[in-house]
Ligand binder design. Sequence first.
Ligand code: SF4
Length: 344
Amino acid sequence: MKRLNLLGNTVSDLENLMLSFGEKRYQGRRLFKWLYQSLQHDFSRMTDLSQELREVLAERYTFAGLEPVNSARSVDGTEKFLFRLSDEAVIESVLIPDGEKRTACISSQAGCALACSFCSTGQMGFKRNLIPGEIIGQLLFLRERYGRGAFHNIVFMGMGEPLLNYDNMVKAIEIISSEIGLSVSARKITVSTVGIVPGIYQLADSGLKVNLAVSLHAATDEKRRKTMPIANKFGVRELAEAAGYFAGKRKKRVTFEYLLIGGYNDSRQDAIDLSRVIQGIPCKINVILYNPVTGLPYWRPIRDEVDYFTGILYPRAPAVTIRKSRGLDIAAACGQLAGKYIQN
Ligand code: SF4
């Protein structure tokens, strides 16, 4: 008999499983705690479950995580892992050091349908949505390798658009933020979108206390459409309104990500347009220096170009940070390692 994988099941899923066995509901919480908090995947060692129940679980179920097929470590400490899923789809996760802390950047989809022209994942096309177990599996792997302190923050900024895999993302967040699960506060989780406007409203109204990052990358519809096909569907104005709604509803600042691409979106006018778009929205702007992707006609801006752009932006924006690209030597930008893997 093929055993079913319990990875990705929530507390209530496991409670219902226990009820279906004629067991008490609380046994589901115990099982959940063993699997996600204690990282004990051998049912026979779950000592607070009855011997009979442990045997039934071992006979019918498994808890199989993800194992990387490739990995790379940058001189700056950034580590990237490539996972091959059961249907041969590949996804990536990146562990990014920031002082004493580390951020886990995880994928929500295998490939991506949105085809942003500067993005390696976007060039691969869309394979499929990840199920909750595949989202969680990326984090459990890191916990198993590095222990509880493996990461402090989580960003849904790897492969894929998380708001187009909304239900599975929410189910994964439920397990991640559960005190008897991975126990990472939702406040430490950031959902990053290229601008799926209905998803932003849904997230704002969901009650989840996660952060929102919006990848703006250009401040006019005309310019966004050149690199981000999604801009044909949702304009900058309605995107800014949705971000403002999220900030108001959640009482949290939104982060606008701005990938600074040399010679494309780093002019004085670009900075002024950007400051106009975000007017009145509680936010910060995170300027990210572009990681060059082989075969794409964009380059990383030089220091003077960055200073010029941010110098215009600083007095006009509530907060501006510059994020250094990490892992340049290991192709750490979204989709780059998978792109190499698929080409080889
Ligand atoms: S940037 Fe994000 S949304 Fe755009 S193609 Fe890449 S993964 Fe998809």
